[in-house]
Write a protein of this length. Structure first.
Length: 75
């Protein structure tokens, strides 16, 4: 098998005013991200009220993860 492509996605999970979890995903995140940098950026998103849901503003940052999708081709 040969690796054809590999794609990373950063997913940030927030909670809205009603306690519902909301995910925002970004493709091709900066390399070598660490927890401190992600937590800082998520805090700024909350502070600036960049996103809102039909249930209201986001109230807290719940989690983050980087998902790597790798496609391998049979030759």
């Amino acid at each position: 098998m040969k690796t054809k492509s590999e794609q990373k996605t950063l997913t940030l999970t927030f909670t809205d005013e009603k306690g519902k979890k909301v995910n925002y995903s970004m493709q091709r995140p900066k390399a070598n991200l660490d927890k401190a940098a992600v937590d800082d950026a998520a805090g700024k998103v909350l502070e600036a009220k960049v996103f809102a849901t039909t249930e209201g503003d986001l109230t807290s940052f719940a989690a983050s993860q980087v998902v790597t999708r790798k496609v391998e081709v049979f030759e």
